[in-house]
Design a protein around this ligand. Structure first.
Ligand SMILES: Nc1ncnc2c1ncn2[C@@H]1O[C@H](COP(=O)(O)OP(=O)(O)OP(=O)(O)O)[C@@H](O)[C@H]1O
Ligand SMILES: [Mg+2]
Length: 346
């Protein structure tokens, strides 16, 4: 077991040498915290007196934040508006040490912003400002060129599609062709509303709902044991054929994840979360840890196991949290000490 711990430690240390390019829909997550002592005279709603506010990277920008927290170096490609909130997003990214030279500021576009108003720890309302990105032909050409150049400077790529319009087939094709030429692994977090040709991708990480939708199979109630879930096995088979990845990871929320390989083998990795407070953003943590591990030389199963541990850390925190490299190591140590075996094979 000590051997395994040492190996994991050396793998996490190698995260420091990884330059991961994240391409996708960028958003700003705003949190406004306050107190409530009265109901508005204008409408039956609480009046929130603002005490504090916080801006965080959201969408693909949150994937980059996860890379950085785990010890890797993240660079981003995508678009924001030429507006004050776009500027603010660039500022919070810079604060986290994320390289944003590949982020275009598009005139006429409104930066996607999701504002939560939280009073006494209760979310009162969420307000979204979002436009579908309509990239002019010339801007798309520039984004493809910049992204392909950034692929060459990276050791791994994540395409994070939140279906806001940044992820276009032309962009995916430019990324995949540059990555193939330079033998760089590429991971895709797909969205059920976008159909993409991604032949040559290393790994894709849909959640259960997205996997069924993208495989065009009506969603069915999950079975207690994902390895006995025939509908899920069918969906995994369809997506493996459709996308031709080296492997596929279907995240299953509280059930953990299913890893499907080219050999046809399936492995169930149950969650290792000790406490669950907030699952938002766990999918971003999974793809960040998974791709970092693959780029650092881990096998499919090792990478999925490590990603499950990173997800186990973040779901135990409040808010859209991240997992630091040293937290991941500490979590792994406890698992090994308690003799927990995290993998179930088909
Ligand atoms: N309720 C839960 N209990 C324990 N672990 C969880 C829970 N929800 C998520 N996880 C862990 O987080 C991983 C990713 O979660 P999930 O399947 O919800 O991804 P997702 O739907 O893509 O999330 P996101 O909302 O970030 O897009 C799971 O594989 C699991 O390890
Ligand atoms: Mg997700």
């Amino acid at each position: 077991m000590t051997g395994k711990l040492q190996w994991v430690e050396s793998l996490i240390t190698k995260f420091g040498g990884q330059h991961i390019l994240v391409v996708g829909d960028l958003m700003l997550d705003r949190y406004i915290y306050g107190t409530v002592s009265r109901i508005s005279p204008e409408a039956p709603v609480p009046v929130v007196r603002v005490m504090d506010e916080k801006n965080m990277p959201g969408g693909a920008a949150n994937v980059a934040r996860n890379i950085q927290a785990l010890g890797g170096c993240a660079q981003l490609c995508g678009v924001v508006g030429q507006d004050p909130l776009g500027q603010e997003l660039l500022a919070v990214l810079a604060r986290d040490g994320i390289t944003t030279t590949g982020v275009m500021q598009l005139p006429g576009m409104r930066t996607t912003v999701k504002t939560r108003i939280i009073a006494e720890r209760q979310q009162v309302v969420r307000v979204d400002w979002e436009d579908q990105v309509k990239l002019p032909v010339e801007s798309l050409r520039v984004l493809c060129r910049e992204s392909a150049a950034a692929v060459r400077r990276s050791t791994g790529v994540i395409i994070a599609d939140y279906a806001k319009g940044a992820i276009r087939q032309e962009l995916v094709a430019a990324i995949l062709s540059a990555a193939k030429r330079h033998r760089i692994p590429v991971a895709l977090d797909p969205n059920q509303n976008t159909v993409l040709k991604v032949q040559g991708i290393t790994v894709a990480t849909p959640n259960r709902k997205e996997a069924f939708s993208l495989a065009r199979v009506p969603e069915q109630t999950p079975k207690d044991n994902p390895l006995k879930d025939e509908a899920l096995a069918r969906v995994a088979g369809i997506l493996m054929k459709q996308w031709g990845p080296s492997f596929l990871v279907i995240t299953l929320g509280a059930q953990g994840m299913l890893l499907a390989s080219r050999s046809g083998g399936r492995v169930h990795i149950p969650t290792v979360a000790r406490e669950v407070f907030d699952v938002s953003g766990a999918g971003d943590t999974v793809i960040a840890a998974l791709l970092l591990a693959v780029a650092a030389g881990a096998s499919e199963k090792e990478a999925a196991e490590l990603a499950t541990c990173a997800a186990g850390v973040v779901v135990g925190k409040i808010g859209t949290a991240v997992c630091a490299g040293r937290e991941l190591m500490a979590f792994y140590q406890v698992l090994v000490k308690t003799g927990m075996n995290v993998v179930r094979r088909s």
